[in-house]
Design a protein around this ligand. Structure first.
Ligand code: MG
Length: 380
């Protein structure tokens, strides 16, 4: 079997990749570099020129060959490599007529527990979203800010005391809305300094969050370690990491208690499986990052199926426009009790609908960064 074509497809807000073969098998993957999909598309085309004519089943060899070409790194390139890796695993599964997880040791569970996405530009919307998740049968919610999902065009100002006290009160309201029936994955989106993060982390400890996600930017592992050492709730991080080696640097500092590899950016299914093993060696659980299309979800579920240290699966539910069913067939079903049922279809289990690109035109994300009222740039 030989690869005949590597085809990047920009559609909706996603970059999917199809790898075609002369055996009539097509593999599907996705890039997770959502801020820079156009750059990732260019990297897919470049890798495609290497791959055409090669055996698609030599997945690890191709991974090494592409990654170690000159050792340039970063999310646009790793998103491309990840998309191709996922597509090659999809081809391998279809070739051997088994789900990908069967090629990775077989499944260790039948269902994957998920966390539901909650969004809101007001406190009332956020509390209602948490309660709504419980009503729908979910047992965990995430993407859950203790601030607000505010419009980035609005300049920001709060006093320090108000910022911290209000955020603690938000978490109190979320817990009150659902009791202990729903786990709260508190998402900070990299917007605090280390000392702010420690104050807020200590303030919400009594509400037993499942984890405290990305309290500080991913630029400096020592800062995340500083926060982790001073709070008594677990830190989740890793969604912007692009390699096994970054996870190793965070894990060896005990700076992370839940790793969040993005299968579409950390080197695909190959990369995520290795990150899971690194984490397993420290009894750290894996919560695959998954904010994108159902192709990403399908790839994540291959990992969730076969690793012993799986924690939760992110399940993007809040921005379903157009519906995911418009893009692919074979989407994993929610069982009504907070789990997705694992597919036993060959490969990653989903197929792109033939007219998806035509029906879901690409909408590029423009650069939009929030400002302070004084005109300076802040993180949000
Ligand atoms: Mg996150």
């Amino acid at each position: 079997m030989k690869i005949t074509k590597v085809e990047p497809l920009l559609l909706d807000r996603y970059l999917l990749v199809q790898v075609h073969t002369d055996a009539g098998i097509t593999g599907l993957g996705e890039s997770g570099a959502w801020g820079y999909l156009e750059a990732s598309e260019a990297a897919v085309q470049k890798y495609g020129r290497y791959l055409v004519g090669k055996d698609p089943l030599l997945i690890e060899h191709h991974w090494q060959y592409m990654y170690r070409f000159s050792h340039f790194r970063g999310s646009a390139i790793m998103g491309a490599l990840s998309a191709i890796d996922i597509a090659l695993w999809d081809i391998a599964g279809k070739h051997f007529e088994v789900p990908v997880y069967q090629l990775l040791g077989g499944k260790v569970r039948d269902r994957a527990r998920v966390y539901y996405h909650v969004f809101g530009s007001t406190r009332e919307e956020l509390v209602a979203g948490v309660a709504d998740a419980k009503r729908q049968g979910f047992t965990a919610v995430g993407h859950l800010t203790p601030f607000l999902d505010s419009n980035r065009e609005e300049a920001y100002f709060k006093t320090h005391a108000d910022k911290i006290a209000d955020a603690i009160d938000a978490v109190r309201q979320y817990r009150a809305a659902v009791g202990n029936d729903v786990d709260l994955c508190i998402e900070i989106h990299r917007r605090m300094t280390p000392t702010e993060a420690v104050q807020l982390g200590r303030g919400i400890e009594e509400f037993h969050p499942y984890f405290f996600e990305d309290p500080v930017t991913p630029d400096n592992f020592d800062e995340m370690e500083y926060v982790a050492q001073k709070i008594n709730i677990p830190i989740a991080t890793g969604e912007r990491f692009t390699s096994l080696w970054e996870f190793q640097m965070a894990l060896q500092r005990n700076a992370v208690q839940y790793v969040r590899p993005d299968v579409c950016m950390v080197g695909g299914i190959s990369g995520a499986k290795k990150v899971a093993a690194l984490a397993e060696a420290q009894h750290v659980k894996v919560v695959p990052h998954n904010p994108l299309s159902p192709v990403s979800t399908a790839a994540c579920l291959q990992i969730a199926a076969c690793i012993p240290n799986f924690g939760l699966q992110e399940y993007p539910t809040g921005e379903d426009v157009p519906p995911k069913s418009d893009l692919v067939t074979g989407i994993a079903e929610h069982d009504g009790h907070g789990y997705l049922v694992l597919s036993d279809r060959p490969g990653i289990g989903v197929e792109l609908k033939p007219d998806a690109v035509k029906r879901c035109p690409f909408t590029p994300r423009e650069v939009e960064t929030r400002l302070d009222v004084d005109g300076s740039v802040i993180d949000q």
